[in-house]
Design a protein around this ligand. Structure first.
Ligand code: DNO
Length: 347
């Protein structure tokens, strides 16, 4: 597996110099951040990002994410225009040598938590999701904004979009995803790009919005409906694993050969729809990271993997979930497991 690390570009307090010092971690997961969602990413900007990464003796191996325009998710009449743009971005990424592209299909809001710095018993803090708090939250009130949310819309427009989603069922949203895939996957095939859809985080409906990348059944459905290797998934342990009902080994099995990227992190369940993020260790969280990596290894996964969110430790402050220290510990922990698995199988 290719140990990789997310980097948010020149504004990221975590620098490429820092990342280069994490043992056996050479892949960089990044994106072009100054293009409005839906617009084509110019080749020059992608090339520049790649050169910056390579100048630090690292490799830009995954793009996370190319955002999907809201009109595509909603199935609006204008979606074809945005889909054409998406294809053009994939072509430009391919020209720059990018092989893996992560994206998501979450309506309006990307990953969601109720608290960004909740204390843990060891004195560190981490991201937390409490069902009751989220139920009483109006995401447009400004009480809570999350780093992954696209807040480029005016609040009024967002309200309209949220209202429009009230008439979109999960079945319809799935059909809109399939429509999108039917259009873009042939381009991904031509260009040699592996598409890796990220699960909804958390993997259930929030704020009354439909969500579909949530369960094994839905993953199987979307993989079968557009049956191409280039139509694959990002297996995110912490997102699928936030729901204790999800059978993670079953998802790996169902998506065998179609897992193109892995996000590894642990969560501690605090209710059937509530959790807090922990260190990567199997001693701290509810997920058996060792068993999951073993399962991925057995399924033949050898692609890019990155430690996902970390806690804030040793007084570090910064982008919630994306500090340096705990993610670096995560990379080292994961590499230890992967090296052991490789040795056992003589790889
Ligand atoms: C959160 C991330 C997500 C992810 C997107 C992929 O930390 O895992 O924001 O990048 O959902 O499109």
């Amino acid at each position: 597996m290719e140990m990789s690390f997310r980097w948010y570009g020149e504004d990221d307090p975590v620098t490429l110099e820092h990342i280069r010092q994490i043992p056996d971690t050479r892949g960089i997961v990044s994106a072009v951040y100054d293009i409005p969602p839906g617009e084509v990413w110019p080749l020059e900007k992608i090339e520049k990002l790649k050169q910056t990464v390579e100048a630090h003796d690292l490799e830009l191996n995954v793009i996370e994410s190319v955002p999907v325009h809201e009109d595509i998710k909603m199935g609006a009449p204008s979606r074809d225009k945005w889909i054409e743009n998406y294809k053009e971005t994939l072509r430009n990424l391919s020209r720059a040598g990018i092989r893996t592209v992560c994206y998501n299909f979450m309506p309006v809001f990307d990953w969601t938590r109720s608290e960004l710095g909740a204390s843990l018993p060891d004195g560190s803090n981490s991201l937390k999701y409490d069902e009751e708090t989220v139920e009483h939250l109006d995401p447009l009130s400004g009480e809570l904004t999350l780093p992954g949310w696209d807040l480029s819309y005016q609040t009024e427009d967002l309200r309209k979009i949220m209202d429009a989603y009230q008439s979109i069922s999960e079945e319809q949203l799935m059909e809109n995803l399939i429509y999108f895939l039917e259009q873009v996957v042939p381009t991904a095939e031509e260009e040699g790009v592996l598409l890796a859809i990220h699960p909804d985080d958390p993997p259930w409906s929030i704020f009354g919005l439909p969500r579909v990348v949530t369960t094994k059944e839905n993953v199987e459905h979307m993989l079968h409906r557009v049956d191409s290797t280039n139509n694959g998934i990002t297996f995110c342990t912490g997102s699928y694993g936030a729901n204790p009902d999800n059978d993670l080994n079953g998802i790996i099995e169902a998506a065998k050969g179609r897992i193109h990227f892995v996000h590894a992190r642990n969560v501690k369940w605090t209710g059937s729809r509530s959790f807090q993020e922990t260190s990567h260790s199997i001693k701290d969280g509810s997920l058996d990271m060792t068993a999951l990596l073993q399962k991925l290894h057995e399924a033949g996964f050898s692609g890019p993997i990155r430690p996902d969110h970390g806690r804030m430790i040793w007084g570090e402050t910064g982008r919630p979930g994306y500090g340096l220290y705990d993610r670096a510990l995560g990379a080292a922990y994961l590499n230890g497991i992967i090296d052991t698995l490789d040795e056992q199988t003589g790889e």
